[in-house]
Design a protein around this ligand. Structure first.
Ligand SMILES: Nc1nc2c(c(=O)[nH]1)N[C@H]1C(S)=C(S)[C@@H](COP(=O)(O)O)O[C@H]1N2
Ligand SMILES: [Mo]
Length: 314
């Protein structure tokens, strides 16, 4: 496999950051240069290449969303609630150095560097659907590998029943934290069997490059059968737990956002239907399409929920 070494990737990223930093210093607060810097971070052009092998088991049949929508229309409330806020502000997040703690109910707790994590497995490209709880969807070529690879590495104890994911909290660099919409840091969680499912993915890149900050650099989750908010970005810790963890959205509004959050056209959100979705990139007036149970991944994951009442465990 044609694999770029992590050193090479980080070397490139460092150079990009250095260049941006130098430009920022030279420019002071000047409009022209800050627009140029912004364009550089938004365009994705300056990010390092991340080679991967297509995983033919995971190829969504729908048309891929164009890159500018994936990197320009985002939810990342740490940088504001507007869809364009993350692309505008996420360049401020400091992503180097970066470590991820894996702790709790494991025999081998460890702190990993991004290089360590990138080296744990070959990188695969998987084209996944993303369905946001707000009623829109995209089709995205993520690069990474199954979360189970990392969990196996730390050897979960028999007490490990849930996994909690913790996003970065950088008050000086994240203008959205002051708004206090959620309890920061952003946290999410999965049941152990969900986390071990091969579809649950640790993501390091998209569109052939390392992740742009607004998509959750340097690593995030992609859990394609659940609403997008389960796929926490910019992870700094992963905890294996005996008990179901609190999660940011279900703590903020428990009657609106459940722990499971499986995509389900039959269970409306209290304030809107989930039966259909708008495809990002098709224009505001394109007809909405029907939302699929488990976002189209029912064949793979429905058996995880046998015997559960999914309107109660929404
Ligand atoms: N830390 C963090 N992770 C997050 C969010 C967030 O606000 N903060 N938003 C979630 C939501 S609602 C969605 S739909 C997806 C969007 O991912 P994308 O912007 O890469 O498409 O990220 C999820 N992960
Ligand atoms: Mo979302």
């Amino acid at each position: 496999m044609d694999k770029v070494t992590p050193e090479h990737i980080w070397q490139n990223r460092r150079q990009v950051l250095q260049r941006l930093g130098m430009a920022a210093a030279a420019a002071g607060t000047g409009g022209f240069w800050s627009r140029t810097i912004l364009a550089a971070t938004q365009s994705h052009d300056d990010l390092a290449t991340l080679n991967s092998t297509p995983n033919t088991d995971y190829q969504a049949s729908q048309k891929q969303t164009q890159e500018s929508d994936v990197t320009g229309y985002n939810n990342f409330y740490e940088f504001g609630t507007g869809k364009e806020d993350p692309a505008k502000h996420a360049h401020r997040m400091v992503i180097e150095p970066w470590t991820v703690r894996i702790e709790g109910e494991v025999h081998k707790p460890a702190t990993f560097s991004i290089d360590d994590l990138m080296g744990l497995s070959g990188m695969q490209e998987r084209i996944y659907r993303l369905r946001c709880v707000e009623g829109w969807s995209m089709v995205i070529p993520w690069i990474g590998y199954s979360l189970s690879v990392l969990l196996d590495r730390v050897q979960p104890t028999s007490n490990a029943k849930y996994v909690e994911f913790v996003s970065a909290r950088q008050p000086d660099n994240m203008p959205g934290l002051a708004a206090g919409i959620l309890d920061w840091p952003y946290t999410e969680g999965l049941r152990m069997d969900e986390a071990m499912h091969p579809l649950a993915m640790l993501v390091f890149g998209v569109y052939g490059k390392v992740l742009p900050n607004q998509n959750g650099a340097p690593l995030r989750l992609a859990v394609p059968w659940k609403y997008g908010f389960k796929s926490a970005k910019s992870l700094v810790a992963i905890r294996l737990l005996r008990d179901q963890p609190k999660t940011s959205w279900s703590s903020a509004a428990p009657n609106e956002y459940g722990f499971y959050a499986n995509v389900n056209p039959d269970v409306p959100h209290p304030r809107w239907s989930q039966a259909t979705e708008r495809i990002i990139g098709e224009g505001m007036f394109a007809p909405r399409v029907k939302t699929q149970p488990f976002n189209g991944y029912a064949d793979e994951v429905a058996q995880l929920y046998q015997g559960m009442d999914l309107s109660r465990h929404f």
